[in-house]
Design a protein around this ligand. Structure first.
Ligand code: CA
Length: 252
């Protein structure tokens, strides 16, 4: 029979895996009336781990953009009810600064200029490949974070709070929401030891329960960092917790 501890560890592992899937999601709003395009984009993005919400006309899109927070909006120009440029104009007028990527069959220079002038961040002309769409989306998210000056940095490590992408040099990896929060806390307190309790409070608002989950997530993070560099950044401080500090010869 499995011990209580074993069952607990298994539960924690299942929860961690499940939550990783949930937290990996980045929210995308697709405002597009062409069913085929919607299917192509949604299917591909969902396979990549994005959460996709679709509006089939401009009015619905505007309502969603107004009431919910998205990481990025993909916007068609020729839409029923309210056209794309008007949707964009309204969004910007209301102070919604979510990055917008226009996807449209219109390919005249005039339309490109109009779209960019209205406040779109980039423009993609149909037909496009899915890889190109993904690359444009990533670039846009990186740019918007850099523009807002919200990037977190430590040594040659950069953490983008919009895309939750952690990069070292030219290599990058996407973090889940919880991994991101831990990394954010570590960078804000770089070279200062943090207790497991401090981390649990910051990430899970957890003050009473076990802090073992912190160790589980630190392992996830270390694995992701390993995929970027051979240098070790997160050190264990025995009896205390963890510290973000580039490894040197001495053990902490
Ligand atoms: Ca259309």
């Amino acid at each position: 029979m499995a011990s209580k501890r074993g069952v607990r560890a298994l539960n924690l592992w299942i929860c961690a895996c499940f939550c990783t899937i949930l937290w990996a999601a980045m929210d995308v709003l697709v405002i597009e009336d062409e069913a085929k395009v919607v299917e192509f984009i949604s299917k591909g993005l969902e396979e990549e781990g994005y959460t996709v919400q679709v509006a089939f006309n401009g009015k619905q899109g505007l309502d969603l953009a107004k009431t919910q927070r998205y990481d990025i909006v993909l916007l068609d120009l020729m839409l029923p009810e309210i056209d794309g440029l008007k949707v964009l104009r309204n969004m910007r007028a209301w102070g919604i600064n979510t990055p917008v990527l226009i996807i449209t069959a219109k390919n005249s220079k005039e339309d490109v200029v109009k779209g960019l002038d209205t406040g779109s961040d980039d423009y993609l002309t149909k037909p496009f490949s899915f890889e190109e769409l993904l690359a444009r989306m990533r670039a846009l998210l990186r740019r918007s974070a850099a523009r807002d000056g919200h990037m977190h940095r430590y040594e040659d490590m950069t953490l983008n709070p919009y895309s939750r992408i952690l990069s070292v040099g030219a290599k990058e990896v996407e973090l889940t929401e919880k991994e991101f929060l831990i990394m954010e806390l570590l960078i804000k307190n770089s070279e200062r030891p943090l207790t497991r309790r401090e981390i649990a409070e910051y990430v899970w608002q957890n003050t009473t329960d076990s802090t073992n989950i912190v160790d589980v997530y630190i392992n996830f993070l270390r694995k992701k960092i390993e995929s970027l560099t051979s240098r070790k950044y997160i050190q264990t401080v025995r009896g205390i917790g963890y510290i973000l500090k580039e490894e040197n010869d001495k053990t902490i």
